[in-house]
Design a protein around this ligand. Structure first.
Ligand code: PLP
Length: 374
């Protein structure tokens, strides 16, 4: 077992799986249809730089992040492709200055932010690109549909010479939907509203890129939703039953012992040894992003068997009961997410055991765990 950056615990991200997922996605689109790869949240935990490079190599034309700082991080790592900041950038603070300095495209849905951008970009040689966000049903960020035309008129007839409206977009609800029929129904309604708005604003101003389709939009709505660009994240990163999950997380046993009967196991005074249990320590904890809830119900793979975590998750370690698979020695491989022999724990299994969602688990895996790309 090789330590990476001095750490025995490693995330492996299989970029071939990302490629497989991406190619599956684009097979549903017309040839060369522009894709904006969503790499916010450190590419849902998988590492924004490596995933961005992979997506761009595969043909993605645009990237999307949630906040300006994520965009700056990509620029500092040599990513030159256009990047849209999907979230809110405030009129105060440094967000707009950084977006100008690092050529990030901004989501704008308020006059206050529009004015702040114009004020700051006045002396810049290049205009700032913006995409206008429309709320069509998610109730989160965006101009209400009937307020978009006045907003666009204001940009056109007001004095915003340094602002280029490159795009207009909206976002579907139901990104985690299990009930596909209700997803389709609600998203179809959203799409209809969005298309109507786009049609109206294009009578006033040429806004080249309209986009709405996230992973489920591409998967379930078909070409009606492709518009000028699609904007998927999760299906490319493996969070769908039809996708290949690129992510695995492994570690090793660092300590094995048989505590005497009555001795406390871990920090919990009510968890005491029977005297017949073998307990192993694994160096991953909640500071690595493992949820404390998992401490009571979670399992990990050792010797191809799902063994239970006992006595909670601690900051940097957890304890597992390895009695069933004993003998086990320090150095024994442990799989938290992924395959071991013929057994597998997928993120969806972790969600079933411990709660949460697959995205929230993956994106919380902390930067403290080295990511290795295979
Ligand atoms: N667009 C926006 C505005 C988002 O917030 C997200 C992610 O939640 C996406 C696109 C990508 O969605 P998905 O991961 O469901 O493909």
């Amino acid at each position: 077992y090789k330590c990476v950056q001095g750490r025995e615990s490693t995330m492996r991200i299989n970029l071939d799986s990302v490629k497989w997922n991406y190619e599956r996605l684009i097979s549903k689109l017309p040839p060369k249809h522009p894709v904006m790869g969503v790499v916010k949240g450190n590419a849902y935990g998988m590492g924004a730089v490596a995933v961005s490079r992979t997506l761009l190599r595969l043909g993605a034309k645009y990237l999307a992040v949630a906040i300006v700082d994520e965009g700056v991080y990509l620029r500092k790592h040599g990513i030159k492709a256009p990047i849209l900041v999907l979230g809110y950038t405030a009129a105060f603070g440094q967000g707009i200055d950084l977006a100008i300095r690092y050529s990030l495209t901004l989501n704008v849905f308020s006059i206050e932010v529009l004015n702040a951008i114009q004020k700051k970009v006045r002396n810049s040689a290049l205009p700032v690109k913006i995409h206008i966000k429309v709320n069509t049903g998610l109730s989160r960020l965006g101009i209400e549909p009937d307020e978009v035309v006045p907003f666009v008129k204001l940009i056109k007839y007001g004095f915003y010479p340094n602002i280029e409206v490159e795009g207009i977009f909206s976002h579907f609800g139901y990104s985690d939907a299990i009930e596909i029929e209700s997803l389709k129904k609600y998203a179809t309604q959203q799409l209809k509203i969005f298309k109507k708005v786009v049609g109206k604003v294009r009578e006033i101003m040429n806004i080249p890129i309209a986009h709405i389709a996230n992973s489920n939009g591409v998967e379930y709505l078909g070409e009606e939703a492709h518009l000028d660009m699609v904007r998927p994240g999760s299906s490319i990163l493996g969070f769908r039953s039809f996708a290949k999950p690129p992510l695995s997380l492994s570690s090793i046993v660092t300590d094995v012992r048989k505590p005497a009967a009555g001795m406390q196991i871990g920090y919990r005074e009510n968890v005491t040894a029977t005297g017949n249990q073998w307990i192993a320590a694994v160096p991953l904890g909640y500071a690595d992003g493992l949820r404390p809830e998992c401490g009571d119900v979670g399992r990990v793979l050792i010797k191809g068997t799902r063994v239970p975590i006992v006595s909670g998750i601690m900051m940097d370690q957890m304890l597992v009961d390895v009695t069933e698979v004993y003998p086990v020695a320090a150095g024994e491989p442990v799989v938290i997410i992924g395959r071991q022999g013929s057994s597998e724990i997928r993120l969806e299994d972790i969600v079933k055991m411990c709660g949460g969602t697959e995205y929230s688990w993956a994106s919380q895996l902390s930067k403290r765990i080295p990511r290795v790309y295979v």
